[in-house]
Design a protein around this ligand. Structure first.
Ligand code: CA
Ligand code: CA
Length: 202
């Protein structure tokens, strides 16, 4: 039988703590009238645990939109982050946006053309380490846009984004069709995943 000291108390406490953090962050965002992000999962990552015990933790939030665009039309979706969002030390480290669609016109053998652009408005921190901020496809394949900043380090020498700011994704449609007057629109699905990190509070 295991000694009490070897039971995973720490993991349980950590899980409870992360659930509390997820709920708290969601409440802050809702209270601020910002985007209706809902935590899809919360995970904890320990990095660089050396003599100083520097550790970070991550939380991932997701949100989705579905809309129909007419030929030549466009739509802008925005996720707003208010100032109190970072009150507990969370910073934005990654944004991943997926834009997907299919051909919904009956009998149409020509997929429409969808274009998308990702941008941050309202704040100017350091540029992402890697980014893909625009894309266009005409074969019904997935568009993936992303911005990734440097991971948190003990030195904290990165000028991360400071709220308030908005993550904006612009999507536009141009219909292509093999049958005249058969196709004039398309349904577009947009999924946004945001990863936030902070120095773990011991
Ligand atoms: Ca089409
Ligand atoms: Ca179509």
């Amino acid at each position: 039988m295991l000694n009490e000291d070897f039971k995973p108390k720490t993991l349980e406490k950590e899980k409870d703590f992360l659930i509390l953090v997820s709920v708290s962050v969601l409440f802050i965002i809702l209270h601020a009238g910002a985007v209706l992000f809902s935590p899809s999962f919360a995970d904890s990552t320990n990095t660089g645990a050396g003599p100083s015990e520097f550790m970070t933790e991550n939380i991932t939030l997701t949100d989705t939109w579905n809309f129909v665009l007419q030929d030549g039309g466009s739509e802008s979706v925005n996720s707003a982050f208010q100032e109190n969002w970072s009150a507990d030390g969370w910073i934005l480290t990654s944004v991943i946006v997926e834009i997907s669609y299919d051909e919904t016109a009956t009998g149409d053998g020509d997929c429409d053309t969808v274009s998308a652009e990702l941008m941050i408005t309202g704040d100017s921190g350091d540029e992402p380490v890697t980014s893909t901020t625009s894309g266009s496809v005409s074969d019904c394949s997935l568009i993936i846009l992303e911005m990734r900043w440097q991971d948190l380090t003990e030195e904290l020498d990165v000028d991360y984004l400071q709220p308030p700011f908005e993550i904006e994704t612009d999507v536009s449609l141009n219909v292509d069709s093999t049958i005249p007057f058969n196709d004039n629109d398309e349904q577009i699905d947009v999924s946004i995943e945001v990863i936030m990190s902070r120095v773990q509070v011991n």
